[in-house]
Design a protein around this ligand. Sequence first.
Ligand SMILES: Nc1ncnc2c1ncn2[C@@H]1O[C@H](COP(=O)(O)OP(=O)(O)OP(=O)(O)O)[C@@H](O)[C@H]1O
Ligand SMILES: [Mg+2]
Length: 253
Amino acid sequence: MSILKTEQLIKVYGSKKNQQEVLRNINISVDEGEFVSIMGPSGSGKTTLLNVLSSIDYATSGQIEINGHKLQNMNNKQMSEFRKKELGFIFQEYNLLNTLTVQENIMLPLTIQKVSRREAQKRFEEISNALGIMDIQNKYPNEISGGQKQRTSAARAFIAQPSIIFADEPTGALDSKSASDLLNKLDHMNQSTKATIVMVTHDSVAASYSNRVIFIKDGKVYSELYKGDDDRESFYKEIIKTQSVLGGVVNEL
Ligand SMILES: Nc1ncnc2c1ncn2[C@@H]1O[C@H](COP(=O)(O)OP(=O)(O)OP(=O)(O)O)[C@@H](O)[C@H]1O
Ligand SMILES: [Mg+2]
C-alpha cells in the first residue's frame, strides 16, 4: 500500500524575472514500510524534494498525499497537527536541544501528544535499547559523540510512531563507523517497526542500506534501483554504476 504519493510535483524558486524550476514534474510513490533513498548530483533538488514532501516547504504545484491526507488541502493548524502525528525528522546537524538530556530530547515529541506516562516510558526503553543509547540517557548533547547524537535524534524521530521518517543526509557529519552503526539501526527499526523511511544521501554506502534508490537529476526522476534479493554489497555496486552514468558532483566528501 502506498503511504506517500506525488503527482506532477513542481517547485519553482525565485521571482518572476529570475525563476528556477528545481522540481520538474516529480511522480513518485513510496509503499508503507519501505526504506527509500534519494540520490543525485549536488544541486539536483534532493533537499528541496524532501522539504516539500515533509511540508517544511510548499510545492509550487502538484499533489502530495501522505497516509491518505492531501497536503494541499490542509490549513496551517491541520498541517501542524499532521506533522506532529504523522512525520518524524532526522537532520544532518542533529537538531537536539542542548538544555535537555538525551532522554528528555527523545521524549519531547510525546509531551505534546496524549500518550500516558507509562506508555511513553515503555516506548523510550524499547527504542533506546534498539538504538543502543540506554546508558547515555542522562547525559546532555554536548557530552556525547556525533554518532550518539544522531542515534538520539533517530530515537526522537521514531518515538511518536510516525507514518514516515524523513532524513536529510543523516550520516553527513558522521565517521564511517558511526554511519554504518546508525544505518544498521535504521534498517533494523525499519524492519521491526515497519516505519517508512525516506532518506536523502549522497553516500552510496548509506544508500545501499535502503531497499530502493530514486535518482534525481535536474529536478526529474532519472532512474530507480531496487535492492530486491541482492545483498548490500552487490546493491552498492549497482548504485555506484548508476551514479557514474548520472555524472555531476555526487560525492563531495
Ligand atoms: N531557498 C532557495 N531559494 C532559491 N533557490 C534555492 C533555494 N534552495 C535551493 N535552491 C536552489 O535549488 C537547487 C536545488 O537545491 P537543493 O538544495 O535541493 O539541492 P541538493 O540536491 O539537495 O544538493 P546538495 O547535494 O548539494 O545538498 C539549487 O540550484 C539551489 O541553488
Ligand atoms: Mg541537499
